[in-house]
Design a protein around this ligand. Structure first.
Ligand SMILES: *Cc1c(COP(=O)(O)O)cnc(C)c1O
Length: 370
């Protein structure tokens, strides 16, 4: 039975499971009677924005009576320069999440297919479904995107393919060679979307240069964000690089003030602050190795990570360990919804947060301290 409101709704959205956001950390602390909880659940940067960004933001507060620059002129110009593309090839979004929605609404018609890896970012299938598209889910292989199977899943109806690189929640990458082979198999009528939210943590000679496909005029859209390595998740700034004809179409349905002025100012300042990104990347890399060693000591299997989070198999109910960790004041993400009953996704934190996590994990697993 549909409620009256449901019978009025766009039928495409009725099959979508409602998103259940986590509680605010303060509310959780109040309920559990704990203090100083740490959040290692959303792959955020544990370091706040840099001094330079904070100063730029403070200076901008007095002009908040004005609407933002609807074209994002300076930020797009700076991003274009950084990446060696035209500023008409860059489009800004209210987080890269908005750009996923914009590109689906721009290009996907009801009945079109979208090839989506699984498990991966749940936003892709959700938005495809809302647009009346057909989700063609392709299982990962050994925790990695199976580009061979994804290429085989492309049919004459396939409008787009989503490639999260690194993938969330597994933190694995597909390599430059694998992407090159994939690109040689994908027909020109199919748009390939590379979501590179965690690229700063993944860099290495094996990582693909997907912007080169944009520059070659391939049907490729590259998504990036200021939410992770740049510590700006709360301000919601992401961008896409693509052919100027593609961004022009997406701009037709973009809300003119989708990226607020503080977001634009902070992102511009953050772009000039490579030292902050480098500091974060180094800290996360050291944190990964610390956690690998601790997981080995605890005899827990994990998936080696190229991002700022790690998938770890706790060898028993992940939901139960998640609850126990909550009582230790450590918030992580159980992978139960993905059918991985004994797996947690844990964001790498500061050194102190990582030690706290391990201490909590020992308690939750009923292991004696070191
Ligand atoms: C965190 C994340 C993003 C970033 O989203 P924003 O809207 O830019 O904050 C994009 N894609 C994936 C796969 C992510 O995990």
């Amino acid at each position: 039975m549909h409620t009256q409101w449901e019978s009025l709704a766009n039928e495409h959205i009725l099959g979508i499971a409602p998103y259940e956001p986590g509680k605010p950390i303060e509310e959780l602390e109040r309920e559990l009677g704990i203090t100083d909880a740490i959040k290692l659940a959303s792959n955020e940067n544990p370091l706040g924005p840099s001094d330079r960004v904070q100063k730029a933001l403070a200076a901008a507060l007095t002009t908040l009576n004005r609407y933002p620059d609807g074209s994002g002129f300076y930020l797009r110009q700076a991003l274009a320069k950084k990446h060696g593309v035209g500023s008409d090839q860059v489009i800004l979004g209210n987080g890269s999440n908005e750009l996923i929605e914009l590109l689906v609404r721009t290009f996907l018609k009801p009945g079109d297919e979208a090839v989506v890896p699984h498990p991966s970012f749940v936003v892709y299938p959700m938005i495809v479904q809302a647009a009346g598209g057909i989700r063609v889910m392709v299982m990962l292989k050994d925790y990695r995107l199976d580009l061979d199977a994804m290429a085989r899943a492309v049919t004459p109806l396939t409008k787009m393919v989503f490639i999260a690189n690194p993938n969330n929640p597994t933190a694995t990458i597909v390599t430059a060679d694998e992407v090159e082979t994939f690109m040689s198999r994908v027909p020109d009528r199919t748009i390939v979307v590379f979501d590179e939210a965690y690229i700063e943590f993944a860099m290495g000679p094996d990582f693909p240069d997907t912007l080169s496909y944009v520059k070659q005029g391939r049907k490729v859209i590259v998504l990036r964000t200021f939410s992770k390595a740049n510590s700006l998740a709360g301000l919601r700034v992401g961008y896409a690089a693509a052919d100027a004809d593609a961004t022009a179409l997406m701009n037709r349905i973009r809300q003119p003030f989708n990226v607020n002025s503080l977001g634009q100012i902070a992102a511009l300042a953050a772009l000039d602050d490579e030292a902050h990104v480098l500091e974060c990347v180094r800290m996360i890399e050291a944190g990964r190795h610390f956690l690998y060693d601790e997981f080995k000591t605890l005899r827990l299997k994990y998936v080696p990570s190229r991002a700022n989070f790690i998938l770890v198999d706790v060898g028993r109910s992940a939901a139960e360990i998640y609850q126990k960790l909550l009582h230790e004041g450590v918030i992580v993400r159980p992978m139960t919804a993905f059918g991985m009953e004994s797996t947690l996704r844990i964001t790498v934190g500061t050194p102190a947060e990582n030690r706290r996590l391990i201490k909590g994990l020992r308690t939750a697993l009923g292991k004696k301290g070191p």
